[in-house]
Design a protein around this ligand. Sequence first.
Ligand SMILES: Nc1nc2c(ncn2[C@@H]2O[C@H](COP(=O)(O)OP(=O)(O)OP(=O)(O)O)[C@@H](O)[C@H]2O)c(=O)[nH]1
Length: 449
Amino acid sequence: MFDNLSDRLEATFKKLAGQATINEVNIGIAMRDIKRALLGADVNYKVTKKFVEDVRQKALGEEVVKSVSPAQMIVKIVNDELTELMGGENKPLNLNATKLPAVIMVAGLQGSGKTTFCAKLAKRLKKNGKNPLLVAADVYRPAAIEQLRTLGGQVEVPVFSIEEQDALKAALGGIDEARQKANDVVIVDTAGRLQVDEAMMAEAETLKQRLSPDEILFVVDAMIGQEAVNTANVFNERLDFDGVVLTKLDGDARGGAALSIKQVVDKPIKFMSVGEKVDDLDVFYPDRMAQRILGMGDIVSFVEKAQETLDLEKTRSMQSRLLKNEFDLNDFFDQLQQLKKMGSIQGLVEMVPGLNKMIPKQDLDGLDFKPIEAIISSMTKEERQAPEIINGSRRMRIARGSGTKVQDVNMLLKQFKEMKKMMSSVTKMTKSGRKIMPQDLKLEKLLKR
Ligand SMILES: Nc1nc2c(ncn2[C@@H]2O[C@H](COP(=O)(O)OP(=O)(O)OP(=O)(O)O)[C@@H](O)[C@H]2O)c(=O)[nH]1
């Protein structure tokens, strides 16, 4: 996701890197490039136009600070504007129902990933101490009910359904059942159709009126590009939903939906789904997403994900070593082993600065960490602890031992060094309690301001 956009933005920043000052001419060229990059990523035309204009105004209005290069300044402005574009901060679910159970209604087109999302959300809520009930209000297709049952089984959350084709009856029945069984949240999976149609909308409206949900979430497949924004508009006009869930962000989606939806319907993106497995759901953080788009990785999400999934003992010791700046290739190796346990590798790799450049994309599907593992395995304990002692002859030995080339060893060491440098600035920032920004990770000069 966003690869192409990231590459094109990076190229734009590189072009600016050699320039001494910001002026109408170089900003004009940069804005033209950014505009093309956004349109190429399927971002809505109006949104793109406004975005570029805002960045231009800010860039030209910005006071020139000697120690900051135009490229750095623009990266910062683009980062801030991207964050704003996607909603600024994450907006959490509203589950402060005065009457229990809280009701979450989930709507969207058929095949958007709605049912899968319901199960993922149930799992997440359960983990957070809730006692959810899933309700199959997609009553027209037995397969959909069956799917919810299967997924409910996987996440160990009960599923309520009825035989009759009456969505309202199913939903009300589910709420009743929740009251009796002391479930504090009800997640209602509503019917999707292949296209927005009147009957579907009317049914969803009735459900909204009768259930008074605490939260209506609209689920949309990010792969459908511009159409995602149009569908969101139609649903929003009828349902005035509370939040958006973007799905299939692990696929080839160009990201336009993520970047346009908030602006067009003025509703926050609350979650993003990044794979088919029940764990592949992340809270949507606009600031972290902006950092990812700018190729800065997303250390914060990565550590959080690690905490959720991994061997806590190991994670803790890794974090403490990170804080002490003792992170070495042993930790890196451990991390790779653990990564495999953490679901969608592609998604995870994108979160770690440097790692996305280290592992060729085509290798990700086959989880091919083997060359990296082989290289690290061929090192001695001392070498892993202090990679700087790995000189030319050691590199040759390691390459031979791991069946790789010296260039591969060089590459790994170089990337590790960069990663360590970045992590060290992150940890310094964490210690000082200051919020971490992408420019902290890459643009060291800015730190000196
Ligand atoms: N790659 C990927 N696939 C997903 C994701 N979310 C859902 N899917 C897949 O998309 C397909 C459709 O998902 P469903 O949850 O059945 O979609 P739905 O909107 O409930 O569709 P109906 O039940 O047919 O109305 C399934 O094969 C899911 O496994 C995701 O984030 N990434």
